[in-house]
Design a protein around this ligand. Sequence first.
Ligand code: FBP
Ligand code: MG
Ligand code: MG
Length: 334
Amino acid sequence: MTKHVTLTQFIIEQQRELPGVSGAFTSLLNDVVTACKKISHLVNQGNLIGVLGSADSENVQGEVQKKLDIITNDIMVDALNWTGHLAGMASEEIDDIILIPPQYPKGKYLALFDPLDGSSNIDVNLAVGTIFSILRCREGVDPALEDFLQKGAEQVCAGFVLYGPSTMMVLTTGQGVNGFTLDQDIGEFILTHPNMTIPNDTSEFAINMSNQRFWEPPVKRYIDECLQGKDGLREKDFNMRWVASMVAEVYRILTRGGVFMYPYDLRDPSRAGKLRIMYEANPMAFIIEQAGGACSTGRERILDIKPKALHQRVPVILGSKNEVERIVGYHQEG
Ligand SMILES: O=P(O)(O)OC[C@H]1O[C@](O)(COP(=O)(O)O)[C@@H](O)[C@@H]1O
Ligand SMILES: [Mg+2]
Ligand SMILES: [Mg+2]
């Protein structure tokens, strides 16, 4: 019989080789896993249990919240706030940092999450996901906003769960990227995609083309050249995908390469792109770089940015290294 490696076994074994990482981290990750299994179940049940559709509220970004944005946020908070491993949390759906209630012990990590990524897809039954990032924190104190505003390069762990035809968890603790599939029968994530790596070259891009007229010249130039295909400078045809779920796009890129962009656009110059650095760009950048890819705003490496605000937005260009470097080069040329 094939011996399956569960996510818990995998983490315990990986942790043994890491100095300074304690059992608290394994335990914290298990709590994240439990929350994601619950979310997977809800997403799967959909309208059987009445969780689809919009709520009557907006989040801090002014986006109309889906019922599931709120429910999944509460699942994450409730699964993590009592365990004693966290000093605090931050969520895409909550304006301020989330402190641990006084009756519970405080730990040395911070958890940041986008509880439901791609939520505009939920009502049309397409893939959505949960993205998370773990940071270290001063121990035993209530964290301040400044404790959360760490560069992405400081992350201890980042991961996402994709609720697609299968539920998959993709994880990095800075030692490569591994993918696990949820075995619904036994309720465990099983290692199915060890050492995921991204090919350096690709002929597939993902961008929301409806924003084309607002892009800056370097992005326009890159996409124009892709569209010219064999007849243009690139001398090869490109394929396009846009799922509108970052989790699904990143998973595809981890599987077969590609480039994904939500670039700076000129619609509202005060709004630097759409995606949020703390909940989307940083965790995905950590995963992508660990798998051999690259992630940039076009002007700087995402993981080097010192965030200034909890819900800060950032342009994102990520995926196959040679393509991302080409796009960064176009930004340097102006
Ligand atoms: O609807 P658009 O503009 O194409 O944007 C899609 C992008 O926005 C997101 O849905 C933003 O994430 P949320 O759904 O968590 O707000 C990404 O997953 C996706 O890449
Ligand atoms: Mg998101
Ligand atoms: Mg979201």
